[in-house]
Design a protein around this ligand. Structure first.
Ligand code: BEZ
Length: 329
């Protein structure tokens, strides 16, 4: 009898041992991003973590590192490549520095308004671009988010594009926006988001390239009170998982991460669509001078930009065609 029980225990142990590798490993994923705690991207990253925790009954969780705590986007991409960082919400800025095809998403006046930006980023054309990311950047792209359309906020009055000539204008550090302002004749000055308020306050820059949301939540209008509503560019973001980390996940975990992160990214797009209209009103109600700019005002710079980027990005014509379809809908 003793022998039978012993044999039974051994075989139960063998079953436990053989099952163990198939069981999902509990994980606390690290997700980095550059936006501050009160930004929609950061709130949505947090909500993604909460949803993942709930759906896995607490087995998986996500610790969010906002405000570039883990470094700038270039450094976070390196960490994603080695697997030191699990996930990130990255602006397309750094992605386009490394995979120039993505620079086409910053074509000036690719879209006319925030709803068109949402439709383009959720189109098949933009979605299929994400297939390039595992091979070229070592990350899996789950989907796009975005911030608001780009505007120009300046210390001096600006009536048209030529008023920007020779002005030091803060840009997010990436090539397509640099090329745009160079083509205008401005002096683009790359600065990360956390450095912008002080740079405006101490006169390091004359103007900034920014969206309504960031101008309002980070109070940049306190340091510069002339706004050109130009809507000249989209500002896409992508939710990514390290390719190295992805390989270690079970199919079930991959599906859970994919669906929960995608829900949040779609939610970000929806929130920017909703708030863009009332944030524009809020800006117009501030004690600042407002002017307006459109594609005609920037036509010379757009021509130069197109010449440069049609060489760098093979996706540019396809994206322009997809955007034209959306504009005609
Ligand atoms: C910026 O660098 O301007 C920026 C980055 C992330 C979200 C919004 C703005």
């Amino acid at each position: 009898m003793k022998n039978i029980i012993h044999a039974a225990l051994i075989s139960a142990g063998a079953i436990t041992l053989s099952i163990q590798p198939l069981m999902a490993e509990a994980r606390d994923f690290r997700l980095g991003l550059i936006t501050p705690a009160n930004h929609i991207w950061t709130q949505s990253a947090q909500a993604f973590g909460d949803a993942l925790k709930q759906e896995t009954n607490g087995e998986h969780s996500v610790t969010v590192f906002p405000s570039s705590q883990l470094g700038n986007e270039a450094q976070m991409v390196q960490q994603l490549q080695t697997g030191a960082l699990d996930m990130a919400f990255l602006s397309i800025a750094e992605v386009s520095n490394r995979v120039p095809d993505f620079g086409a998403l910053y074509a000036p006046y690719l879209v006319d308004n925030i709803d068109q930006a949402a439709a383009l980023l959720q189109s098949e054309t933009a979605t299929k671009m994400l297939d390039q990311l595992p091979g070229s950047l070592g990350v899996v792209g789950i989907g796009y988010g975005m911030a608001g359309l780009r505007q120009v906020l300046s210390r001096d009055p600006i009536d048209n594009a030529s008023d920007l000539k020779g002005k030091k204008i803060r840009i997010t550090p990436f090539e397509p926006i640099r090329d745009f302002y160079n083509a205008i004749g401005a002096a683009p000055t790359p600065l990360p988001l956390p450095a912008v308020y002080d740079a405006l306050a101490n006169g390091q820059v004359d103007a900034i390239d920014m969206d309504f949301d960031s101008i309002l939540i980070l109070k940049f209008y306190e340091q510069a009170n002339n706004l050109m509503i130009s809507n000249h560019m989209m500002f896409p973001m992508v939710g990514v998982v390290s390719g190295r980390v992805w390989k270690t996940l079970s199919n079930e975990d991959k599906a859970l991460i994919r669906s929960n992160m995608k829900d949040q990214l779609d939610g970000i797009i929806g929130r920017f669509q909703d708030q863009e209209k009332y944030q524009e009103k809020e800006m117009r109600n501030l004690d600042i001078t407002i002017t307006e700019g459109n594609a005609d005002d920037f036509s010379d710079a757009i021509k130069v930009w197109e010449e440069t980027w049609s060489r760098k990005s093979k996706m540019l014509p396809e994206l322009r065609a997809a955007a034209a379809k959306i504009k005609n809908m």
